[in-house]
Design a protein around this ligand. Structure first.
Ligand code: GLU
Length: 169
C-alpha cells in the first residue's frame, strides 16, 4: 500500500512533504517521489527508487526544491518494475499526478490514447491515467477529472496538480 501527501500554503512544501511521507513509511513502499510548483510555470519532479532517505538526499532534505505547493508519493508497484521511470509523480502537458491503487481497464484506455497520438514511457497504469486526464482537460480541472474518471474502472486515490492553478491540489 502506497502513501500520498499534499501541501499547499506559505511554507516551503518539499520538507513538509518528506515529513508526511516518512509518517507513511510503515505502510511499505519501493520508491518515492515529489512534485513541487516552482513559480507560475514550472513543476519540478524528483523521484528515487528505494528508501525515502534517497529522495531526501537527492533534494537536500527537501531544501533544494523551491515552492509552496506540492504532492508526494510512496509507491508499491503493481504495474511495472521498481525504477525511477515507473515511480510517481507522472506528468504530461499541464497535469501532474500521484496515484494509489489500480486502474483495471488501463490496457483498453492505453490503446485508445495511443490512437490519439499519446506515447508511453513507463509500464504503469498511472501514466495511462494522467494522459487520460490530460486528454479531457480544456481548462477546468474538476470537469477533466469527472470526465476521465467516468471512463476508469478500478480502486484508486489521486492527488493532482494542474499548471493553470498554481496553489491548488
Ligand atoms: N498501480 C500504480 C503503480 O504501479 C500505483 C501503485 C501504488 O498504489 O503505489 O505505479
Amino acid at each position: 500500500m502506497c502513501g500520498i501527501v499534499g501541501y499547499t500554503g506559505h511554507l516551503q512544501a518539499a520538507p513538509i512533504l518528506l515529513d508526511g511521507l516518512s509518517k507513511l513509511e510503515y505502510r511499505g513502499y519501493d520508491s518515492a517521489g515529489l512534485a513541487v510548483r516552482n513559480g507560475e510555470k514550472k513543476t519540478e519532479i524528483v523521484k528515487a527508487k528505494g528508501r525515502l532517505k534517497s529522495l531526501a538526499e537527492k533534494t537536500d532534505n527537501g531544501n533544494a526544491l523551491i515552492g509552496t505547493c506540492g504532492i508526494g508519493h510512496t509507491r508499491w508497484a503493481t504495474h511495472g518494475g521498481v525504477n525511477d521511470t515507473n515511480a510517481h509523480p507522472h506528468q504530461v502537458g499541464k497535469v501532474t499526478l500521484v496515484h494509489n491503487g489500480i486502474i483495471e481497464n488501463y490496457g483498453l484506455l492505453k490503446e485508445r490514447l495511443a490512437a490519439k497520438g499519446y506515447t508511453f514511457q513507463s509500464e504503469t497504469d498511472t501514466e495511462v491515467l494522467v494522459k487520460l486526464i490530460d486528454s479531457c482537460y480544456t481548462g477546468d480541472p474538476l470537469r477533466a477529472l469527472q470526465q476521465a474518471l467516468a471512463k476508469v474502472r478500478g480502486s484508486y486515490a489521486l492527488a493532482v496538480l494542474f499548471r493553470d492553478y498554481p496553489d491548488t491540489i
